[in-house]
Design a protein around this ligand. Sequence first.
Ligand code: C2E
Ligand code: MG
Ligand code: MG
Length: 700
Amino acid sequence: MDSDAVRETALRVWNCRLCKSVAFSVFLLILAIESVILIPSAYNFRSNALQLLEQRAITVMQSMALSEEALTRPRELEQLLRKAQRDNPILALGIRRSDGATLGAIGDADFSDFAIDEVLRGQRDKVSRLTLGGTCYDLAWSVVRGSERLVFLARMDSSHVNTELVAFVLRIAGLVALIVAVVTTGTMVVLYRSVLSPILKLRRSMLGATANPDHADDYQVRERPRDELGEVFQAHDKMLMRVAESKRADRLRAEERARFLSRHDTLTGLPNRDFFLEHLRQTLSAACQRGENVHVLVLNLADFSAINDALGQHAGDQVLIEVARRLSHEINAGQFIARLGGDEFSIVSAGPFSPAQAAEHAERILSEIDRPLVIGGNEIHLRGRIGITCPDTGCVEPETILHDAEVVLSRVRGDTGARYQFFSPEMTQAAQRRQEIEHGLRLALDRGELQLFYQPKVTLDPGGGARPISSCEALIRWKHPARGWVSPGEFIPVAESSGQIIAIGEWVLREACVQIRRWRDAGLIPPRVAVNVSTRQFRDPRLPELARRALAEAGIDAGLLEIEITESAAMEDVALTATVLSTLRRLGVHLSIDDFGTGYSSLSYLRQLEIDAIKIDKSFVDDIGRDSNADAICDAIIRLGHSLGKRVVAEGVETQRQLDFLLARRCEEAQGFLFAKPMPASEIAGKLGRSVEIPAGSER
Ligand code: C2E
Ligand code: MG
Ligand code: MG
């Protein structure tokens, strides 16, 4: 191990809480043991030192006791005592008889409080004590000389005993510290090697596996020490392998699920649009190789949104699930079904099928879908519609095929009574044209490509004579920069379905009012102008306010504005129609029902509506004199109008025969090419009378 490794290991050991607590416990244990040993040792050391002192004093006392002369002659006794003091650490020395009388003494020790009675009486041969804070050691020792008992008293200097004791204790403590250090270090090293190092490996492995459970097995310890830790490692490694395996299995399952969800519809479990397109691509290329046909059916439900609105989304979901189930029953092994979104499903079939078989398949599916179903106690009658395309397998993109099928499906919705229809290329052209119109309309307003033409309505006077302009109808015109004039019959329905009609309608209303103002400012008598309002615009709650502002901004009388709504729009929601019409009526605006006769009006409803006029639809006027039914209808409408007190206007009058018919039935007004075509405002100006300025004071 180099020095860096040693330092690192030492640091690790030092930072290891486990090692520290074990080593600290060992340290305390050794300290406690050594302390237990040290206390009696110190005590022994001290008593040995005092015994030694005592021994020396007794030796001196014995030699004195043997000297007959010294004891009998005081002078020699003193010399003897002094010599003994010089040679020994004796501070004071005295000899007493057994009756307590002093035979001789040196030093100024006071033994008065020294309890030596037992020694004097010969009951004990010596007593000792430590005195003066342990710095002196007093000893009383008796010896029998002949018939006499002598008691020697000595005060020894014992101050060195404490010093030696401290030195002894320090020596021992140092030794203990050394032992503790060595043992603790040893313990830590052993602990490090046999416990800490494996535990650290285990910890590293566990942390790694926790952070990256998918690859937990990469963090196996793989070592097998021959102790219990070896078994722990083995179990731990096994556990990591299991964790990794189960994580991998979880991930695979999750990936599988995510893949499924990305390609399937969660509600019905059917493949979704993306999966369908992917499958269709494969089917096309396989069919192309085998020379088979492919046909794609796209189905949706009529009035699905009505079911959703009426019964709630949950019921709607149940319907879709049931439809998915029924469709799944109707397909066989070579067919593939998907939910494209909303209530739209698609089935692709490949094989030696003819278009007739595709039609049969569509019919089978429709009759299956038509079976009523019960959801939440409600019996629901579904009606499916199908668009079919039988593409040329060699060269068509799946997206295009699906688009074609959806285009034809949208035709089934509106165009014919049939509930399934085959795709034809013209349909795509129509859809494209519609898209272009929608796109072009977005720019038309800003670019000033829209303008209003005006078509006069004339008063029919049974007496003949001039037919004065009673009012005009404002008819929008769009001059497309590339296509030229685009008919409102083409772009108004597009604007209606795309919502652009709101902005366009607002422009028409303002422009019509401003034009009335312009005619007036030009000194002409402005006619009332009828503005067509589409269904969506009529349902917009802002319409009355918009009309009021347009009139106010142009500064014209509300009686000069008329609003036409078609009969079918008026009958969609009669209560709402009545409210809107009466609000507009309160403004003073004239109101009329356009295209009357096509919208299945209920007569009782018609009575409730506050309208001024009804306009007989052009289709009936067209057939006047050619079709007795048309005659009867026109006749009935005129009578109805009269009986309800409404003006009747016939639109699309082109022939004298039609005019005669209308005159005979006292129809009030007419509009048509027989009188005038729609024309720009400047042309209408030439047909308007001039207002006469009444000179001031002419009334008088
Ligand atoms: P509409 O409101 O019924 O307008 C009458 C349509 O019949 C006009 O067609 C007019 O030019 C045409 N017409 C009138 N007399 C004759 C005739 O004698 N012979 C023939 N062949 N046609 C006649 P236009 O201008 O093409 O408008 C078609 C429809 O477009 C209108 O039917 C109306 O529903 C809608 N429309 C026109 N302008 C607007 C508008 O500003 N807003 C809204 N929402 N719709 C409009
Ligand atoms: Mg109209
Ligand atoms: Mg009309």
